[in-house]
Design a binder for this molecule. Structure first.
Ligand SMILES: [Zn+2]
Length: 256
């Protein structure tokens, strides 16, 4: 099979998976089942026909509106589908077919769902983070980072944020970080190991602080507007999983 064909099918499959991730993003925070019933318009509730459910194409053909009620379809749908398609295509090209590709793609899918849900609802569902910890650890038995690094990643990832959350609560008597963030970083640790987890945390904190400062300066508000840290963690983890090893080499290079 020519490489271009493989990449094309990976992208097409990714778009379909992205469509399912959209279902998870919409339904998980609302406590709805992700397998039943079939997709419906969120505005008028009409069930969608198969041709309204084709990833990316339907959105383009329908010009982002429901056929019945003309309700606006969120740009999140095509965005998530395109992002997932790109991730599958790039993953296929970079890793090639194999267990590591499966691990990385599952991890990426979990990050996309957590990113989107935290951004909208300030919520990181256990339904993603807890199975994610287990799945990440199971993959580490056969692929990088190896089970030991994965196990330390779970403990360090969860432990560091848990300590920060507890410390913040003791000092300020209010919740700064949720337990969702703690479980999410433990999941990241399970998939990429403790070293890259610390890189992910650093990148997330940096991006979060940067956006937080911009937010405070522009709105003149306090830090009361809790920023969805899970959203930044997802970005940090995605960066750590891809360019993280290079960053780590570069950073450690200073001490050699
Ligand atoms: Zn409608």
């Amino acid at each position: 099979m020519p490489p271009a064909v493989g990449i094309f099918f990976a992208a097409a499959f990714g778009a379909v998976v992205g469509s399912f991730l959209n279902v998870c993003i919409y339904r998980l925070p609302r406590g709805m089942s992700i397998v039943w019933p079939a997709s419906a318009c969120p505005h008028c509730g009409r069930g969608l026909a198969w041709f309204e459910n084709v990833p990316l194409l339907s959105y383009a053909v329908l010009r982002g509106r429901c056929r019945t009620c003309s309700g606006v379809i969120s740009t999140r749908y095509p965005t998530v589908e395109a992002l997932t398609a790109a991730m599958f295509a790039l993953g296929w090209w970079y890793y090639g077919p194999g267990t590591l590709l499966a691990a990385r793609l599952l991890f990426g899918c979990a990050l996309i769902v957590l990113f989107a849900i935290d951004l909208e609802h300030q919520l990181l569902p256990n339904a993603i983070t807890l199975p994610g910890i287990i799945v990440g650890f199971l993959f580490s038995l056969v692929v990088e980072p190896g089970w030991m690094a994965s196990l330390i990643g779970i403990v360090v990832g969860g432990g560091v944020l848990w300590a920060v959350a507890e410390g913040y609560y003791l000092v300020r008597h209010e919740e700064g970080l949720g337990m969702g963030d703690v479980k999410m970083l433990a999941m990241i640790g399970a998939f990429v190991g403790w070293k890259l987890t610390l890189i992910a945390l650093m990148m997330a904190s940096f991006a979060g602080s940067l956006v937080g400062v911009i937010f405070i300066v522009s709105r003149r508000g306090g830090l009361k507007y809790a920023l969805p840290f899970g959203t930044f963690l997802a970005l940090g983890a995605a960066l750590a999983a891809t360019i993280g090893p290079g960053v780590l080499d570069w950073y450690l290079g200073f001490y050699q």
